[in-house]
Design a protein around this ligand. Structure first.
Ligand SMILES: [Zn+2]
Ligand SMILES: [Zn+2]
Length: 143
């Protein structure tokens, strides 16, 4: 377990502070996603995401959204600040009731640590990962 547990919370928000949130544990997973869409949406080699149920996120402020169709065929909606463009979380048809919070938007990103790398097939050759982390070519298989 590399996220937070039951009864614990994490605060976060965008760069300008217009949108704030509180995330309640337990987190489901913490992954580094290297898919092409995450690269384009964040301008980085990969993004680090914290999986939770929708009901575990309490928002203050209204994010702007952008929806496209992901590699798996379902719609994916990215939620971000309309003022500073800070990325907050992603929701979608797949995985449905789950959302993925951007770990970098946490006030203390070090409160979580990634437990896997997904969509490694799309990772740019210059990106580097913890050699001890399990790596998956695409989505992590559901256990
Ligand atoms: Zn903002
Ligand atoms: Zn991705």
């Amino acid at each position: 377990m590399t996220g937070i547990g039951e009864g614990e919370t994490l605060d976060g928000g965008c760069l300008c502070g217009a949108i704030r949130y509180r995330l309640a544990g337990p987190t489901l997973f913490v992954s580094q996603c290297c898919c092409k869409d995450c690269q384009k949406a964040t301008g980085t080699g990969h993004t680090t995401i914290v999986g939770i149920h929708r009901s575990q996120l309490r928002l203050e402020g209204t994010p702007a959204t952008y929806t496209n169709v992901g590699e798996t065929g379902g719609s994916v909606t990215r939620h971000f600040c309309g003022t500073c463009a800070g990325r907050l979380y992603t929701s979608g048809d797949l995985p449905g009731e789950f959302i993925m919070v951007q770990a970098g938007s946490l006030d203390d990103p070090g409160a979580v640590s990634p437990e896997s790398v997904i969509y490694l097939k799309d990772a740019p050759h210059w990106d580097r990962f913890d050699p001890d982390l399990p790596k998956f070519e695409a989505m992590r298989p559901r256990s």
